[in-house]
Design a protein. Structure first.
Length: 202
């Protein structure tokens, strides 16, 4: 799938980047509770993926993020009522730092798989077959934020605070569905050389 998910729920695990995104207009809440995170910085560009599901491997993320025949089932990357994060940050210069700059975060998205859904392989438009979440599938970005990422050994240390969110149900039109809440914490992003192939895509 070309759209990247962030799954959501109301219980926040301790440690790492975490917090609730209340989507009152949808009658639910998505929780960021990052448990698996991989990425790679090269040529002034950082690409990373952060999942709220445990034990997600780097190769699994790369397969999901690589456009193709769309036959990979992404269920293992997501948790119901939780959110995942995708980052494509071209401003990398031995680190990245930005605050409330929408341009700097243009390649940042939060995706929440809400409700009691599941990923189902189906054709939604003529010839458009893919795995789609069967309940509400929200994607958005923070209205205000403070983000810093620095190299830490062979990995990356991330610290972020986000508050207030704008987004939509991306497969159901353009109606806005805002979110309330604060997501914050420190997160280690493990370097993965397999992400190199994604640098030619995003």
């Amino acid at each position: 799938m070309l759209f990247l998910l962030l799954a959501c729920a109301s219980d926040v695990e301790e440690g790492g980047l975490s917090g609730p995104i209340g989507l009152s207009g949808l009658g639910g809440e998505g929780t960021v509770a990052i448990q698996s995170a991989y990425g790679l910085a090269q040529d002034g560009h950082l690409i990373a993926y952060l999942s709220s599901a445990p034990d997600v491997g780097c190769a699994e993320m790369v397969t999901h993020l690589t456009p193709g025949d769309n036959t990979d089932d992404p269920s293992g990357l997501f948790r119901s009522d939780h959110c995942n994060i995708f980052m494509s940050l071209p401003g990398w210069s031995d680190g990245f730092s930005a605050t409330d700059d929408p341009v700097a975060l243009a390649g940042f998205s939060i995706t929440c798989t809400l409700g009691d859904g599941a990923f189902v392989f189906e054709e939604r438009d003529t010839g458009d077959e893919d795995y789609y979440w069967s309940d509400d599938y929200w994607q958005g970005y923070p209205d205000s934020y403070d983000l810093t990422i620095t190299p830490e050994g062979e990995d990356y240390a991330m610290a972020m605070d986000m508050a207030g969110f704008s987004g939509t149900l991306i497969y159901e039109g353009f109606e806005a569905h805002t979110g309330a809440g604060t997501v914050s914490g420190e997160q280690t992003i493990t370097e993965c050389s397999d992400f190199e192939v994604l640098h030619g895509i995003y």
